[in-house]
Design a binder for this molecule. Structure first.
Ligand code: GAR
Length: 192
């Protein structure tokens, strides 16, 4: 059994695709808690509907980022969390959290890193006029979207495609790729 916390800030479509994936459940993945930094985020209801506890916490309620993350660390310890999955969590992770979970925090990013890091990965690639973008799954390190890459999938940007069409294509790939990569990691750990 692997106990995970999912961190998300928004819609939560990646959260749903992980939470509803039967192969992940069969492989022993247990989502113990959703950590969310935006009280009105749609992902919160998605967790509640599935009976997954939610921990809602906002940096503005703390004097600094380290204190904010320290409270998260304490909460995760209650659930004996092994691994953190970021799924649209729009904040930089700092050393407070990272030192507790070294190489145990995984992120999904909607571009082919190291290209187009940050919070507008899809739009930045679209506006840059590149013909190929994609999705990256990577470990978190001290930088912004710089950690070791686990998997990438490229996606062509067609000449007459709108930004909305590209977004939808990228999300479709994310929804397949993230659960698949997590499953591979779980199976590899069992083989160790
Ligand atoms: C996803 O596209 C994810 O790759 C992106 O936020 C979206 C969340 O969607 N993450 C980043 O941009 C991180 N820098 P969701 O809430 O529907 O899963």
């Amino acid at each position: 059994m692997v106990k995970v916390a999912i961190f998300a800030s928004g819609t939560g479509s990646n959260f749903e695709f992980i939470a509803d994936n039967q192969a992940l459940k069969d492989a022993g993945l247990e989502i113990e808690v959703l950590v969310c930094d935006r009280p009105k985020a749609a992902v919160i209801k998605k967790a509640q509907r599935r009976g997954i506890p939610t921990f809602i916490i906002q940096p503005k309620d703390f004097e600094n980022r380290s204190h904010y993350e320290q409270v998260i660390v304490t909460e995760l310890a209650r659930y004996q969390i092994d691994t953190i999955l970021l799924a649209g969590y729009m904040r930089v992770i700092t050393s407070t959290l990272l030192s507790e979970y070294p190489m145990e925090i995984i992120n999904i990013h909607p571009a082919l890193l190291p290209l187009f890091p940050g919070i507008h990965g899809i739009e930045d690639a679209y506006k840059a006029g590149v013909s190929v973008t994609g999705v990256t799954i990577h470990y978190i390190d001290e930088g912004v979207d710089t950690g070791p890459i686990i998997a990438q999938q490229s996606i062509p940007i067609l000449p007459d495609e709108t930004l909305e069409q590209l977004e939808s294509k990228i999300h479709d790939v994310e929804h397949q790729l993230y659960p698949k990569v997590i499953l591979n990691l779980l199976n590899n750990e069992k083989g160790d």
